[in-house]
Ligand binder design. Structure first.
Ligand code: GLA
Length: 377
């Protein structure tokens, strides 16, 4: 099955935006490998918007790579990425133009899918700008879904309509393997907090084969790049990454890998968090405590394979404080004779057994994540 686990990779948009080119892509591909990201599970190198000429080839009707940005063409880039054992992703749009005003695939779906397949493309992010008003969202995505199936190459279909048109209800029917369910992220605590809060009720629509995509990672951008908005601290980036992992979200790195900080790399390769994200069952996390968002303190629980759970204590408020949790609210009845045994995934330390109540101190904007099992008391 394609996308048996949430897809992982790197995408040009968050850092490079319009300034994407061959050198940037190849150098980031080299860094991707050198940093050991493939061993952690990262696989795709994706070129986002702004890679093509402003108009199609008048004779063939094909989209053409910008010869200044990509002097050797796209097959060259794909071959290079493949030679490193990685997969190659591209970008187009369901409308007549892309969001940055380059040619979109509307009414050229089958030609474009074939062209991307000829390049050696393995992944297509498919945006939603400049769409004709006469055709609804589901049909636009069904068209490219069918074109990709017909193109002769296995291409992961990454839909990107920002959560509009009740996308979660129909996107699986288009053949997509992931679908953006939010507006664009920017490099700030406020942005990723709002995204997480807005998506908590949609997690049931994410499952192996097609995942709810809450946008690309901002970890390690520190206020630089195309989606800059003040940046975050390392603790905030950890909260962001942990939320994405609790949500079984696709993990597409957005920072410049050539200059990635040690702290960011450690986070992106965090085995315990990645284990939660990549858990084969991809079950939706649920909110354990009663009115979590009012004060910004939320406890999430996610069932994992092998009789385990992940518990995340997230303090998204502006003040350090304790976050209480009653295991009964996660399903552990008071008369069960069982307790939850919690292990801190950061330190590896066992915190003990809890049947009635637990309270965890969490600094503002930070989180503590635990692995848990039910044990007899
Ligand atoms: C939209 C998408 C972004 C990015 C840009 C490119 O805004 O949501 O992720 O692909 O288009 O123009």
């Amino acid at each position: 099955m394609l996308a048996a686990r949430p897809p992982m990779g790197w995408n040009t948009w968050n850092t490079f935006g319009h300034d994407v080119n061959e050198q940037v892509v190849l150098e980031n591909t080299d860094a991707f490998v050198k940093l050991g990201l493939p061993q952690a599970g990262y696989e795709y190198v994706v070129i986002d918007d702004c890679w093509s000429c402003r108009e199609r080839d008048p004779e063939t009707g094909k989209i053409i790579p910008d010869p200044e940005k990509f002097p050797h063409g796209m097959k060259y880039v794909a071959d290079y990425i493949h030679s490193k054992g990685l997969k190659f992703g591209m970008y187009s749009c369901a409308g007549t133009r892309t969001c940055a005003d380059y040619p979109g695939s509307f009414d050229h779906e089958f030609l474009d899918a074939k062209t991307f397949a000829e390049y050696g493309c393995d992944f297509l992010k498919y945006d939603f700008c400049f769409r004709p008003k006469t055709i609804d969202g589901p049909l636009l995505y069904r068209r490219m879904g069918m074109a990709l199936k017909a193109c002769g190459r296995e291409i992961l279909f990454s839909a990107c309509n920002w959560g509009s048109d009740n996308v979660h209800q129909w996107i699986r029917s288009t053949g997509a393997q992931m679908y953006r369910s939010t507006g664009d992220i920017n490099d700030s605590f406020k942005s990723f907090k709002e995204i997480a809060m807005s998506q908590i009720d949609n997690l049931g629509y994410s499952a192996p084969g097609c995942y709810n995509d809450i946008d690309m990672l901002i970890c390690g951008m520190y206020g630089k790049g195309n989606v800059a908005n003040g940046g975050c601290t390392d603790a905030e980036y950890r909260t962001h990454f942990a939320l994405w992992c609790m949500f079984s979200a696709p993990l597409m790195i957005g920072c410049d890998l050539r200059t990635v900080s040690d702290e960011t790399l450690k986070l992106l390769k965090d085995r315990e968090l990645l284990r939660i994200d990549q858990d084969e069952e991809a079950r939706p996390a649920f909110v354990v405590n009663a009115h979590p968002w009012e004060d910004g303190k939320v406890v999430l629980c996610k069932h994992l394979a092998d009789n385990e759970y992940a518990f995340g204590f997230f303090n998204l408020s502006e003040r350090d404080g304790k976050i209480p949790m009653y295991p009964s609210e996660a399903g552990l009845t008071a008369n069960s004779g069982y307790a939850l045994e919690l292990t801190d995934i950061e330190s590896g330390a066992c915190l003990g057994r809890f049947a009635d109540y637990i309270s965890i101190q969490v600094p503002a904007h930070a989180c503590r994540i635990f692995r848990a099992r039910t044990v007899r008391q």
